[in-house]
Design a protein around this ligand. Structure first.
Ligand SMILES: [Zn+2]
Length: 301
């Protein structure tokens, strides 16, 4: 056995142990506790279980919602009992060795870049369209990041005003405290909001997608036009070889092709955008990406 990964969500913690071929050979789930001491202790128990599977302490990676603040060691995660707590440090203290701590978007990016839809490419950008808008960048199988810990937080780049104005949309407030972020429009709740504003209807993202060639056409076109601007922004900043889509909205039939087409209509001259593809990792993604990052940190691969 080579490494263990923990995927910590708002409702469950899943621990997976991987063999040398990166196949999960054992997995265990528990509910996510809602107090901080119980959360740390549940994570320590899972790691002890993983060590027992292999008979030796494994490199451990944790992928969890929220952002790790590198200057203060605190986790900023609204939906975990660890908000504003130094969780990586406390887990280290509880198990007696350091772990690799990634946000779930970075764990997903790593998994797709190494094992999934981005594995044949050098620079992989991931965009996760769900209740929020997460992202990450992997270059040569390594996560890109720096001193702020905010690399890949594409959701909090401002959407271009001309596109918002074209569709008579308001500048929507964002959960990060700023206004007009891509996340406010492109997340599932953002798409629902656009439907409320343009069509006056309360629909789920799935309903909106189903009706996109009918009465939701303008709503859908507005959403795709904003998404195309995000693709343009990624091309202009990191010029990825591929953009991998994840999250609930990526399940919408044909979405990757539609976004690629929308992006083509705004490309600069003949300079192309990268292909947009759907993720391949499925459920295992987060834990495997975190485990790989931990293994990489320990072996300097
Ligand atoms: Zn924001």
């Amino acid at each position: 056995m080579i490494a263990a990964g923990l995927d910590i969500g708002g409702t469950k913690i899943e621990c997976q142990v991987f063999d040398a071929a990166w196949t999960p050979i054992a997995r265990q789930r528990c509910a996510t506790p809602d107090t901080y001491p119980e959360l740390v202790s549940a994570i320590a128990d899972q790691i002890a279980w993983a060590d027992a599977q292999s008979g030796t302490p494994l490199p451990v990676g944790i992928g969890a919602a929220g952002v790790f603040h590198p200057q203060t060691d605190l986790i900023i995660a609204a939906n975990l009992a660890a908000n504003n707590m130094p969780m990586p440090r406390d887990i280290h203290a509880a198990i007696g060795r350091p772990i690799s701590y990634l946000n779930d978007a970075d764990a997903f990016t790593m998994s797709e870049a190494v094992f999934g839809a981005g594995c044949a490419h050098r620079t992989v950008a991931a965009v996760i369209l769900g209740t929020g808008l997460g992202g990450g960048v992997c270059i040569d199988k390594r996560l890109a990041g720096g001193p702020s810990g905010l690399a890949g937080e594409f959701g909090h780049i401002a959407a271009p005003a001309h596109v918002i104005a074209n569709y008579d949309l308001p500048i929507l407030p964002c959960g990060c405290g700023r206004d007009g972020c891509f996340e406010s429009y492109l997340s599932g709740p953002g798409l629902q909001k656009i439907a409320q504003i343009i069509a006056g209807l309360d629909l789920t993202p799935t309903n909106i997608a189903q009706r996109r060639t009918g009465d939701m056409h303008r709503v859908w076109t507005a959403w795709c036009a904003i998404a195309a601007e995000l693709i343009q922004t990624l091309t202009l900043t990191i010029d990825p070889d591929v953009i991998v889509l994840g999250g609930g909205l990526s399940q919408i039939d044909g979405l990757a092709n539609e976004l690629m087409h929308a992006a083509q209509t705004i490309q600069i001259g003949t300079f192309p955008h990268p292909p947009v593809v759907c993720a391949e990792g499925g459920d295992a993604s987060g834990a495997r990406g975190a485990a790989y990052a931990a293994w990489q940190a320990q072996t300097n691969e």
